[in-house]
Write a protein that binds this ligand. Structure first.
Ligand SMILES: [Ca+2]
Length: 298
């Protein structure tokens, strides 16, 4: 009886023979442009390391990062500063011709909706603050953090501000308690206690607060107890849709099989894992593989 996998292999090879091997490494053929990157999303500014994965000889590269900036480097690093979704285009040329690929919405940059997330301006102008709340040189990052005094209490040791929580999945901050003393940070939304986080270390700890709100709200972080504490580096994170895997492929030669896989996955993608069915795997976004034979399984 005819094995289903072998049947598919024969169909695949038969199909592949109809395709010219334009992806070979010869400069007699135009290149087949492609690229990937080390990251594709984040809270601005986002620095993206691009890697070209073009098939064939390449004489020149031209990148359009979608924010009106360009580069002629082979593997450029580009920093996106403004929130948005960006289409990235790579055009490769060689003496035989050129090839261009555009990946729509390839980079997503989200805004940090806290006006003064890091407290690096050295003041609390973007935040409301309690009477025993000051700026101190005891940062998690940068040079400044917020200091809660031992002379205060929860009603005087606090920072708060309005924030638009639509599409925000969580906010985070870094907090530090006095060494050896068990104290707590309280997180309020519109005056209602949402979370309590114990601080019992002399080191900064990151606290992530899951949120399910829409529209504008007041977030308030307070410090309880009689010892001193610090907070720094507030961040907000967008809700991301769960990923759904999908892909297409382009066969460039058959013996051995040279196949360009292109991810068509949707949603927020942090990492990729490919299993090609021949024992080889990849973690690239759009892998190009060479294998003695290709077997497609349903
Ligand atoms: Ca800081």
């Amino acid at each position: 009886m005819f094995n289903k996998k072998i049947s598919l292999l024969i169909i695949l090879i038969a199909t592949a023979f109809c395709i010219t091997s334009f992806g070979s490494a010869s400069a007699a053929n135009p290149p087949y442009a492609n690229f990937e990157s080390n990251t594709s999303s984040g809270t601005g500014p986002v620095s993206v390391q691009f890697h070209e994965t073009t098939i064939g000889k390449v004489s020149t590269w031209k990148w359009n990062f979608g924010d009106s900036k360009t580069s002629n480097e082979k593997n450029p690093i580009h920093t996106y500063t403004r929130p948005g979704q960006y289409n990235v285009t790579l055009t490769c040329t060689n003496p035989a011709g050129k090839s261009s690929i555009t990946k729509n919405n390839f980079v997503t940059v989200t805004e940090n909706r806290f006006l003064n997330p890091g407290f690096e301006s050295g003041d609390l102008k973007a935040w409301n603050a309690g009477s025993t709340t000051t700026i101190a040189n005891n940062p998690h990052t940068g040079t400044k953090a917020v200091h809660f005094s031992t002379s205060g209490n929860e009603s005087t040791n606090y920072v708060s501000q309005g924030i638009n929580l639509t599409n925000i999945g969580s906010v985070s901050f870094w907090g530090r308690g006095e060494s050896g003393v068990s104290q707590a940070f309280h997180v309020y939304i519109d005056g209602n206690l949402l979370k309590e986080y114990t601080a019992n270390s002399s080191n900064y700890v990151k606290y992530t607060v899951p949120l399910t709100y829409t529209g504008n709200h007041i977030i308030n972080v307070t410090w309880t107890g009689g010892s001193e504490g610090y907070v720094d580096d507030f961040y907000s994170y967008l809700k991301y849709p769960a990923p759904k895997s999908n892909f297409t492929y382009q066969i460039n030669s058959t013996v051995p099989s040279k196949v360009q896989f292109t991810s068509k996955s949707t949603g927020y993608i942090d990492k990729c894992y490919w299993n090609f069915g021949d024992g080889s795997t990849s973690t690239l976004y759009n892998p190009f593989i060479t294998t003695p034979k290709m077997v497609l399984t349903p």
